[in-house]
Write a new protein. Sequence first.
Length: 158
Amino acid sequence: MADVVVAPVVPPVVLAGRGKPGGRSDGGLRRRPLPLADLPSPRVGTLVYGVAALDASGRIADSGVVRALGWVPGTRLHIHEGAGLVVFRADRQGVFTVAGQGHLRLPAAVRQWCGLTAGDRVLLAACPADELLVVHPPAAVDAMVVPVHAAVLGGGRP
């Protein structure tokens, strides 16, 4: 097999100031700077995120999120649904509790309100400062993400 020589990739050269008064002393050769990517803004939020699958009993298990909230088995919780989201809040008067292994359980009525079934994956957003956890069902995540993707993709659906 014959050796193949591959030519090097060299950025284009821009000639500047050639033949003009005040031209460059380096012979007029100048390289264009390489393009830089836009960097994302630094994170300012204090939310802790997780993703968990709902089991057939309505349990959600994400020990990192529960630990960030400081909830231990037996912690009493109040649960309510609003705008398609499920909100867990630590409440001494709450009728629900963190299960023995640190799992959270969504009551059947709440699962029905949000259209959740076994195997659905949910986005968890915990706010330790307020001792609350917001569960985002797939429909709520779609409502947030699809418009952003459409804008990035130029109107195309993801």
